[in-house]
Design a protein around this ligand. Structure first.
Ligand code: ZN
Length: 460
């Protein structure tokens, strides 16, 4: 949070949120976005053959571009010359070795397309599932395609871009030192009420419950961890929202667990529509009313390395290929998640590949000394390029230990920056111990958990 913003009176903070909302909206809802959304709203109803033909055209282009402009891929084989799209896709992909996260970690510079100037690209950090944040570049068009997939899903749920809504996400819009409501700010341009996810203590939750009831909204979006805290607060006092007032709940940024979904649907009186994506923009899946995650076929190709197979489904680690990731291509990227793909078509009628579930990560919250539960702490590590891997451990409300695997560039300054990022979310009271280590042990499923807290664990 900007130092200046903290000291503004609340009406001016609302104005600042509206200004930020205006700028976000201008950069997000571009002519290319609207054009793509319109095109994809048509193609979503196409039969499988037509979708495979779209994928093939995009894959062929992606492979040729990568060969020509991306150093890492310069010796990639030429795309297949088969004429049948499904066969051509299969042949082309089979000739490409899967890309490991560790390869990207060691050679990420070679993935940036040489015909594009980084100045015109958006630089983000890779998803933190391995705890190793790395830069990735996107063209503005690719970013717009990501939003087109999101808005295609939302519009199918009866929600439109200018509908009023509530957000429970990571923006730090309420100063941590604020002790009394309102723990939310209003972006009048986007008709969005932004709830702080950093003030959700037992003591403050009654104010959230009242505000959720009185805020005009057509839908809710946000981190499942925060939506679940709000849902529990609504249910604990016996005040769920009347069923049907909201059209839908859209979780984002982290995997939605079954017990979270149940509580959220009950408390907000609306169905949850999940979305699976990653900051590499090499995969996007959007859920339908049948709770299946449909691969956004115009956006990516998702393969499975089968570990288990029945007549109904096939299950295994995912290999994702972005179609249109012009700046940093990811071909057959082993993203680290495991998925279960249905073999039969989805009863909703949408053609293409559809998943019954994706096993994402399970994270704990950090609990602060004043009782706030803070989720999605792995975001803290995303911008820390001097940190190779990190994990937060917590056994007491009063302290956390941060395990850090440093990169060679790690310095006193990196450490100060890391601690200040943590403090901006957790406050001044908690003790923060940083311990430099050589490696961080993985969970039995092979994943690294960003947070392991015995005091901030919330189960079903
Ligand atoms: Zn479906």
């Amino acid at each position: 949070m900007n130092q200046f913003y903290r000291y503004l009176p609340i009406p001016l903070q609302n104005l600042a949120c509206s200004w930020a909302g205006y700028r976000r909206s201008v950069s997000r809802f571009t002519p290319y976005f609207h054009e793509t959304l319109a095109r994809w709203e048509k193609s979503v109803g196409e039969p499988l053959d037509a979708l495979r033909a779209i994928q093939w055209r995009l894959l062929d282009r992606q492979v040729r571009r990568a060969r020509e402009h991306v150093p890492y891929y310069q010796s990639l084989p030429l795309p297949s010359s088969a004429t049948e799209p499904a066969e051509a896709i299969g042949e082309t992909l089979a000739a490409i070795a899967p890309l490991e996260k560790s390869t990207y970690r060691d050679r990420w510079r070679e993935f940036l397309a040489r015909d594009l100037s980084p100045r015109n690209l958006l630089r983000v950090a890779t998803s933190g599932t391995t705890g190793t944040p790395l830069p990735v570049w996107h063209t503005p068009e690719r970013v717009a395609e990501g939003y087109a997939a999101v808005w295609r899903q939302r519009r199918a749920c009866g929600v439109s871009i200018d509908d009023p809504h509530m957000t429970f996400a990571g923006q730090m819009i309420v100063p941590l030192h604020q002790r009394r409501p309102p723990f939310w700010r209003y972006n009048s341009y986007g008709r969005q009420t932004l709830f702080s996810v950093y003030h959700m203590s037992q003591q403050n939750m009654p104010a959230y419950v009242d505000a959720i009831h009185t805020t005009p909204a057509r839908y809710v979006q946000g981190y499942p961890s925060a939506l679940h805290l709000a849902a529990r607060a609504l249910l604990d006092v016996g005040r769920p929202l009347p069923s049907g007032r909201l059209a839908a709940v859209f979780p984002s940024s982290e995997s939605l667990l079954g017990f979270q979904r149940d509580a959220i649907e009950k408390a907000f009186g609306a169905p949850v529509f999940d979305h699976y994506a990653a900051t590499e923009l090499a995969v996007s899946m959007t859920a339908c009313a049948q709770r299946r995650l449909h691969v956004d076929m115009e956006f990516c190709i998702v393969e499975i390395e089968p570990v288990e197979e029945t007549d109904e489904y096939v299950r295994g680690p995912l290999l994702v290929t972005g179609l249109g990731t012009d700046a940093s291509p990811f071909l057959r990227y082993r993203i680290g998640d495991v998925g279960t793909r249905a073999k039969r078509p989805c009863p909703c009628g949408r053609a293409g590949d559809a998943f019954l579930d994706i096993d994402g990560r399970v994270e704990d919250y950090v609990m602060t000394p004043d009782g706030r539960l803070i989720g999605r702490m792995d975001h803290v590590f995303k911008g820390q390029f001097d940190v190779a891997e990190a994990q937060i451990l917590q056994d007491l409300k009063t302290a956390i230990t941060v395990l850090v695997v440093p990169r060679p560039s790690y310095s006193q300054r990196s450490q100060k920056q890391l601690v200040s990022e943590l403090r901006s979310r957790l406050g001044a009271e908690i003790e923060i111990h940083v311990r430099l280590v050589d490696g961080i042990p993985r969970e039995p499923n092979g994943k690294l958990r960003a947070v392991k807290s015995s005091v901030g664990r919330i189960g079903p």
